[in-house]
Unconditional design. Structure first.
Length: 291
């Protein structure tokens, strides 16, 4: 009951909050007319007649109620703006400016339908602990911002991009699986990171795991397979994308199975195709300084 009332209040604020000056003027006029009609109704209900001419009654109602109506609309508008900012901040990673994991899950689930596919890509910075241990957290933070900038460059507004962990990033996209090799090359290409504390730039690489969603599969299931593909990318030498395609899943890997990924772990499988794995071409090894 309380939750329903809060939801109704939120929707009411969203509906009545002025979105622009024109919208504020229109809503001010509509509320003024509504207050006038209510005043007429109350007067008629209590006395059975109107004591003032309609025009004079409207002017009286307008000038007595206008300051309070303007104040109410202003307060509602400010509350709406602050609410939007709080929602945005709650879903934003402050270091990179990307969405956080909570916002990523919410938006990806909103885009998922039973009859539409999608691709989840999990990206991880290679040997990131080594960066922090060797150069300090200031350089590590700059590396994370550089990774975020790379991912912004290679994604579109239709993709859902987020930092979902320490050095882990996620993408949910509607793309043709056949184009993932080229997309992976763009993601995993070496990133040159420059910092005043460094004598020479660092070359940072990314590993990525991708999984195509099938109808009825939950986001957790797709992310589980993408994580397994990412683990395989790390095992294969890093700096590459590994794609786990849905058409190679066995029946016991299908959504709804009690352990949908029990037989899908690619690690230790000599034949990548048997494990549903497609390897993108490898890139240069992780971190190196340019002399």
């Amino acid at each position: 009951m309380v939750r329903s009332l809060k939801l109704m209040a939120t929707r009411l604020i969203r509906a009545t909050a002025p979105k622009s000056r024109l919208d504020a003027a229109v809503k001010f006029a509509l509320f003024s007319v509504a207050i006038h009609l209510v005043s007429l109704g109350v007067e008629w209900g209590l006395t059975g007649r109107f004591h003032m001419a309609h025009g004079l009654r409207f002017l009286t109602t307008f000038f007595s109620g206008a300051p309070f109506l303007w104040l109410a609309l202003y307060a509602i508008g400010r509350s709406y703006v602050l609410h939007k900012k709080l929602v945005e901040l709650a879903g934003t990673d402050m270091l990179t400016g990307l969405m956080n994991r909570r916002a990523f899950v919410a938006q990806a689930q909103d885009l998922m339908t039973d009859d539409a596919g999608g691709i989840v890509i999990i990206i991880d910075a290679d040997h990131f602990k080594q960066v922090n241990d060797t150069y300090g957290h200031a350089v590590g933070d700059m590396c994370l911002r550089a990774v975020a900038a790379r991912l912004r460059d290679v994604t579109t507004s239709d993709d859902v991009l987020a930092r979902i962990g320490g050095e882990e990033f996620g993408i949910y996209a509607r793309r043709d699986p056949a184009t993932l090799g080229l997309f992976g090359n763009r993601i995993c290409a070496t990133i040159a990171v420059r910092h005043d504390a460094l004598a020479a730039p660092l070359h940072l690489t990314l590993s990525a795991g991708a999984a195509s969603r099938i109808a009825g599969e939950t986001l957790d299931q797709v992310m589980h397979r993408a994580d397994a593909a990412l683990y395989r990318a790390k095992q294969e030498g890093r700096a590459r994308l590994v794609t786990w395609t849905c058409d190679t899943m066995r029946p016991d890997d299908a959504p709804g199975a009690s352990t949908p990924h029990a037989h899908a772990n690619p690690v230790g499988t000599d034949d990548p195709e048997r494990a549903g794995i497609v390897l993108a071409p490898p890139h240069a090894p992780f971190i190196q300084a340019i002399g």
